[in-house]
Design a protein around this ligand. Structure first.
Ligand SMILES: *[C@@H]1O[C@H](CO)[C@@H](O)[C@H](O)[C@H]1NC(C)=O
Ligand SMILES: *[C@@H]1O[C@H](CO)[C@@H](O)[C@H](O)[C@H]1NC(C)=O
Ligand SMILES: *[C@@H]1O[C@H](CO)[C@@H](O)[C@H](O)[C@H]1NC(C)=O
Length: 303
């Protein structure tokens, strides 16, 4: 009798372990994750995700992959190292349910760099984001972790600071020289987190002639203008509510417009893109922001 009981228990245990509902199984049953499952298999990460864990998977939907630029998806599919890094960035170590997430929590990933979690509360609802991607369906429980479905691929992987990006991004060379002239580069590489509204080179070229040269000759004025573009805290697009005002490092506030169907704006500038960084987020804008008392003097009298 005893032996039979032990055998029965063993059989049950084996059955349980083969049936166990790993994060891979959860991804397959969700119904919105077929591209992610395909890419995980392509990168040969599936056996790892069927293993011991624990894993917290931030799982972009098929729609999220479909909205990537076509050449980027092709590049990922052709470059296994790049694909593996991207996928490993979407898996945090340990099992973290949504109730255990906090605003500005940093979750180390299998790749290395952290995912930044944000919780934004508006009057109507609260939103959880992972590097700016909205968590649509949290807490899909698995035996070796948990899957949170997100609405965007977290790309590019944030491997450097805001300061480093501004110094090296080819669309931000004018801003880069201004930041370095004002001696603000080190501050933008500090822990933060910060949100930087970053005017592109084209935005600077729209300023009336003489304004930029004037600013570059007066570090006080330049610093006022640049710090008016920096807000403490990490405000990804889903965290910008229509009508919100955010206090800048310069001291005055900027005003957000963000309603359905229209691009988000800060003051009179359109937000073109968001870039996750290790110490916050860069929001690219198409117009330079000038603090109110300087606005008339700098922009209108020079026209
Ligand atoms: C948002 O609300 C949740 C629960 O209502 C709270 O735990 C969290 O701290 C709030 N986050 C912020 C950034 O205020
Ligand atoms: C430099 O800019 C500051 C701030 O706008 C202003 O108060 C000051 O007069 C300017 N200095 C010169 C030399 O123009
Ligand atoms: C926005 O632009 C209008 C004119 O087009 C100007 O009067 C106003 O001061 C600008 N607002 C801000 C906050 O820069």
């Amino acid at each position: 009798m005893k032996i039979v009981t032990v055998m029965a228990v063993l059989c049950l245990a084996i059955a349980a372990s083969t049936e166990s509902n790993t994060v891979m199984d959860v991804l397959k049953t969700l119904g919105t994750e077929s591209k992610l499952v395909e890419l995980i298999k392509k990168a040969k990460l599936d056996s790892r995700l069927e293993g011991k864990g624990l894993f917290t998977v931030f799982a972009p939907t098929d729609d999220a992959f479909a909205s990537l630029p076509e050449d980027l998806l092709a590049k990922l599919e052709a470059d296994n190292l790049l694909l593996t890094q991207l996928l490993e960035f979407h898996v945090a170590s340990g099992k973290v349910m949504s109730s255990g997430l906090k605003n500005n929590q940093l979750l180390p990933t299998l790749m290395g760099p952290n995912i930044r979690i944000n919780m934004y509360n508006t009057s109507k609802s609260s939103v959880i984001t992972a590097d700016g991607a909205v968590v649509r369906k949290p807490d899909n429980d698995a035996s070796n972790g948990v899957v949170h479905v997100i609405d965007q691929v977290m790309w590019p992987v944030p491997t450097g600071t805001i300061g480093k990006e501004i110094a090296s991004n080819i669309h931000l060379t004018t801003l880069g020289s201004a930041v370095s002239k004002a001696g603000l580069a080190a501050a933008l590489s500090a822990d933060g987190p910060f949100t930087v509204f970053a005017p592109t080179n084209e935005a600077f070229s729209k300023l009336p002639s003489g304004v930029l040269d004037g600013l570059l000759k007066n570090v006080t004025a330049l610093t006022d203008v640049l710090t008016y573009h920096v807000v403490p805290g990490a405000y990804y697009l889903p965290g910008l509510g229509n009508g919100d005002t955010l206090k800048t490092l310069e001291g005055k506030e900027v005003t957000i417009k963000n309603s359905l169907g229209a691009p988000a704006m800060v003051n009179n500038a359109t937000i073109i893109a968001q870039i996750a960084e290790s110490n916050g987020v860069i929001l690219l804008i198409d117009t330079v922001l000038i603090p109110p008392p300087m606005h008339f003097e700098l922009v209108y009298t020079k026209k």
